[in-house]
Structures are given as C-alpha cells and as structure tokens.
Ligand binder design. Sequence first.
Ligand code: SF4
Length: 278
Amino acid sequence: MSEAPAASLAAKSPFELRVHLGDAVPEQSVRDALASGDMGFVHSYTTGSAVDGPGVRVVAWTTGCMWRCQYCHNPDTWTLTNGIPVSVERAMEELGKYRHGLKIMSGGFTLSGGEPLMQHRFAAKLFAAVKQSGIHTTIETNGFYGDRLSDAELGTIDLVMLGIKTFDPARHLALTGKDNGPTLAFARRLAARGRPMWIRFVLVPGLTDDLDDLAKTAAFAAGLGNVERVEVLPFHQMGRFKWERLGLPYALGATEPPTPESAERACEVFRKAGLTAH
Ligand code: SF4
C-alpha cells in the first residue's frame, strides 16, 4: 500500500472535510493493514492542541467509527477509507519533528478520531513506538472496543479520555446506535488497573442534559476511583456543514448550544459526586 505526500496529512483543524482519500487502496490491503497494524488510516493531524490531553498536544485523527452519534461533528471520519494510509514509521517520523517542543511544553501525543480502536492493531503499535520515544500518550475513545487492547498495550497509554455519551441504555442506543455496556465495562477495567482516566461528556440540550441521567453518570464515574477530571463539552454546530455535504440526515439542525448556566449545572452534578469537572 502506498502512502500519501506528507503535506496532505497536516490540517489546521479536524473540521476540514476529508473524503475518499484512501479509496484507491485495494480491499485486501485494507484488510491486511487492519490485521497487522503496520499501516493505519488517518484523517489528518493537528499540532498545538491544548484541549486533547495534558499540555500541548499533537493529535492524529483516525478514520473509522462504529457509532453514529447524532451530534458527531466529524462524520467524514466514520468511513475508514476517507482517511490517508500512513505507516507507523511515517507517523513516528512526523511526530519526531515535535518531540522536543512537546517535552518542553509538558505535552504529548493524542490519538483521536473517529474511533481509534476501530484500528486497534495500528493504535497498539503506534502507542508502543511513541511511548518508547519518551512522549506522553493519550487516547480519546468511546471505549466500545476497549477489550481489543491487552493489559500490556493499555500500559503504553498514559491517559484514556473516555467519551461517556449518556447513562441510560435505551437513550444511549437512540443517541449513538450502540449499547453503552462495553464502554462502561472498559471504564471498570481501567479503574481496576488504576489507569488514569478523564471523562468527556458532550452536553446537548434535550438529548443529554437530563439531570437524573447526569447524576447516574456522575455516580458511576465517581465510584471508579481513577477519574482525574470530567470535561463537559457544550454541543455546537461546527460539524453541521459536514452532514449536509455528505448528504446525511442531520437531526439537530434546530438544537441550540447549551447556555453557560446549564453547562455549569451539569458540572455541578459531577462536582457534587466528588469529581473535578469543568
Ligand atoms: S463516537 Fe465520536 S466519531 Fe464516533 S460517531 Fe460518536 S462523536 Fe462521532
């Protein structure tokens, strides 16, 4: 499988719409890449992020996601072959350019998506290599395929930022198209192993702001004992154009971002459970 030119990987932000970049890759090569993890599909990478883990981060945005969150702001990452094929070596080469700066700024490398564990062999190989080079590692994941990583592989990830979408199973199914059982099981496994975790919670008026459901999420998170912080992320409309350009039916066209007061109210629910939330 051949790789794309270096310039096409860098993006100003993951909000750049990217489609069909890996369409030329033969199906067998896609299967081989997924099985070996020597090659992955990457939407883009961005530098200088201060919101995707501790310090300043280089973030690689992978393609492929098994969920269909109604509020997803990057639906172009759902399809694996919308991404650019990139080898682990090439990814390390790109990251190597920033190693020194990341150390100075107490930052590191974050693998996000899409859902990075759709390409769990690639994620495992990349994290092993990044960790080996002395750079702090973080994954942003919905946790659905968390059981695909071995305990040893989990050991190469310094921080897991786990997206918990909502607690009620029926509401979760309606919101994402999938069951939240595997995500919660992954959270429990991380807790049992004492692995550092942040929780990300997207606050969407009318969808995820039910106070009773929030309290259940907070009680679950607080009971784990390994949650260092909770990030309440206000829903926004920045990804709307992608739904429209991709011809996907977007259900949240009339949904407003939450008010600062309701975001604060949600944070308070987590704080009351004993967690740090902002
Ligand atoms: S898990 Fe993330 S990438 Fe996947 S559909 Fe939901 S918001 Fe989008």
